[in-house]
Write a protein that binds this ligand. Sequence first.
Ligand code: C5P
Length: 367
Amino acid sequence: MVFASLALALLGYQLPAPRRHASSPRARSLFASLDADGSEVMPSAPALSLLSPAKVNLFLRILRRREDGYHELASLFQAVSLFDRLDFWERPGAAGPSMEVTDDSVCAALIPTDERNLVMRALQIFAERSGDARPIHCRLHKVIPAQAGMGGGSGDAATALHAANRLCGFPVSQETLIEWGAELGSDIGFFLSRGTAFCTGRGELIEPLDPLPPAPVYLVKPAEGLSTPGVFKALGLSPNEELPGASPQALLDEFAENVYTATFVNDLEPPAEKVLPMLADLRAELSTLGFRAVMLSGSGTTIFCVGTPRGDVVDTWQDAIRAKFDVEVYEEMFCRRLPDERLWYAEQPEGAKLVDLDDSLSSSQAL
Ligand code: C5P
């Protein structure tokens, strides 16, 4: 049995703050039953609890608009340690998959729990195609903001695919899960990699790469969100029109050499800043603080900062940014899966040796 919380501690990550989800009335309603004396029986412990990471795009080149309306892209995706939490139960006798969202989730009231939610679609596609249709229930505790360019919904769907496969004894190969994920959304397959991947096509063609060394990354998320289709549209490409820019392979080589000296480029940054001009002001302000890179993630609105700020502002920059902009700041790290397809992010095998994050940081690329 693998405990995500133990693994997180081993990896030096912090668990998301405790969030009352066991006592939330909405979370409890589906499983609560009445005992003989009329008192409520709390739901049994989940069969599986997994943490689902966010992502940033270390570079994102848009190459061309396709005839089908999608854009051909080339991007280096990297998982980061901001996690949603998904609990799973098997529910023998239920008609099919089901899900709920904890009341204290980010924007809980806006998250659908029917087929509009990618988690439900992932559980459904698994039940239809894997040959194992046992009903699975998912309780989603959402931490990653929506419309943020951090792939939160896509990660949840990938986590649900992995969870269903794991609960059923791994009947489906990783490659097939990636294919099913691609049918649901362009970014889902990425999360089935080990946390670093070069993605092409509309984002669904995955070349898993060796994980990058741990690096500090600050995620600065404005209160306003942006819709992905809207930002692609603001790029203004005609069908088949190409967007010139740096060669993706050259960018990839730079990142393989050293994350801290590589070129960070995101072709969706100009259109996102056109749609939401405050993003340019926020990025300009963050760029004065001494980070190695400051860039929009995906279609935004999260701006991520790689490395550490200058010593003279290290204790003050977050308050200063919050005083000027309506933003949340998350202090995170690049994260990864171990090379064992049966384990998910932030998990380690039982009995794994303690990993000291400070040691692994100092032995990684120099800041
Ligand atoms: O595939 P996904 O559902 O994540 O894409 C959402 C929308 O973003 C698409 O409907 C499309 O408008 C836009 N998109 C795009 N090119 C991509 C990925 C997404 O134009 N490569």
